[in-house]
Structure formats: structure tokens, C-alpha cells
Design a protein around this ligand. Structure first.
Ligand SMILES: Cc1cc2nc3c(=O)[nH]c(=O)nc-3n(C[C@H](O)[C@H](O)[C@H](O)COP(=O)(O)O)c2cc1C
Length: 182
């Protein structure tokens, strides 16, 4: 049996080295459509996506990180032609209360699904990406004028990889370590 989606999942890897060439609007539209169609808790769709293409803003996005770690971590952001800043919120009272009752922040899950939809669609279109979870939320919100009620969940860099999209071996746990059939 074969699965096209699984093939993309098997081949994909994080791309941190990008060509300067921009990502076509048509491809960006498809990538964002994949996020729009993602499932979410109670179909709450708690997301906003800030698509940053302005070179200066991208440079500023990649600036100082928490604890002054920008020199070693995530400096690659500065060279990405596109950075998507994904936010959640404002979360309404119903979802806030439901999350509090079962002690799970579903909007984190919702954003994770939407972002990974983008990652996989991008790969299929020949566009590389990298999740970025290490960022300075306060500075990014100020830089992009993001409303107070929104929380930055993650960044996603996008662009054409300098070295192509040639699959490489994956460092993952074995299936027996993580799955239990009951
Ligand atoms: C939630 C999340 C946050 C991540 N944050 C960063 C990050 O800040 N910087 C980075 O270079 N990679 C980041 N990554 C990428 C992971 O390091 C990468 O997915 C993992 O090492 C597996 O490698 P692969 O994506 O090439 O298969 C992040 C991935 C996820 C899912």
C-alpha cells in the first residue's frame, strides 16, 4: 500500500538555509489555504497568520532572542524570504473555560495542526520550511503590531532550500518504543 501524504512526511526535513528567490504568491496562497482548512477544537479556528516578506522586518524578527541567544540559535531566520508568525486568540470564554476544566490548552494543538499542514503543503510545492519555537514574543508583537489578545505560538520560515529537497535519514525513536497496541 502507498500513501502520498506519508511519502511527503518521510521525505520532509527542516530547511534552515534558503535561496534568496522569493516564494511565489500562488504557492503562498496554497500553503495558507492548507492552514485555513485545518481542524480545530470545536472548529474554533483560533489562529492568525502574519506573513512577513519585508526584508528589514525579517532581519528584525531574527534579532535578540530570550537570554541573548540570537548568535547561536535561529540566526537563519534573517535569511528566510518568508516568515509566518502564527498567533492564537483572542480565545473566547467558552474555549477558555473548557480548556481550564480539562487542563489542556487546545489552541496550542490547533495551531500545531495548522502549521504542520503548511509545512507539508510547502514541501509538496518544493518549498522548505522550519518551525521556530525559540523567539522573543514581546518583541515580535511590538514589531508586527499584533493585538494584545493574541499569543504568538510559533514562527515558520519558508523558502527554497540552497541544497535542494533531497531526503536524508531521520533520527527517530523506533515504532516499538512509542506505540502500544491494546
Ligand atoms: C514546536 C517546534 C519548535 C521548533 N523550534 C525550532 C527552533 O526554534 N529552531 C530550529 O532551528 N528548529 C526548531 N524546530 C525544528 C526541530 O528542531 C526539528 O523539527 C527536529 O529536530 C526534527 O528534524 P526535522 O524537522 O529535520 O525532521 C522546532 C520544531 C518544532 C515542532
Amino acid at each position: 500500500m502507498e500513501s502520498k501524504v506519508l511519502k511527503i512526511i518521510q521525505d520532509r526535513f527542516s530547511v534552515r538555509d534558503y535561496e534568496e528567490r522569493p516564494v511565489e504568491q500562488e504557492k503562498l496562497d496554497l500553503i495558507l489555504e492548507a492552514a485555513r482548512l485545518a481542524p480545530s477544537a470545536s472548529n474554533s479556528q483560533p489562529w492568525h497568520f502574519y506573513v512577513v516578506r519585508d526584508k528589514q522586518k525579517i532581519k528584525e524578527l531574527s534579532g535578540e532572542m530570550p537570554l541573548g541567544t540570537h548568535l547561536v540559535i535561529n540566526s537563519f531566520i534573517a535569511e528566510a524570504p518568508v516568515v509566518i508568525v502564527a498567533t492564537a486568540g483572542p480565545i473566547d470564554l467558552l474555549h477558555r473555560s473548557a480548556s481550564a476544566i480539562i487542563n489542556k490548552k487546545w489552541y496550542f494543538v490547533d495551531l500545531g495542526i495548522a502549521l504542520e499542514h503548511m509545512v507539508l503543503t510547502a514541501w509538496e510545492l518544493g518549498v522548505g520550511s522550519c518551525w521556530v519555537g525559540w523567539f522573543d514574543e514581546k518583541r515580535i508583537k511590538k514589531l508586527l503590531d499584533i493585538p494584545r489578545g493574541e499569543e504568538v505560538i510559533a514562527l515558520l520560515t519558508l523558502g527554497y532550500p540552497k541544497d535542494g529537497l533531497i531526503p536524508r535519514p531521520k533520527n527517530r525513536k523506533k515504532i516499538e518504543e512509542i506505540v502500544k497496541f491494546i
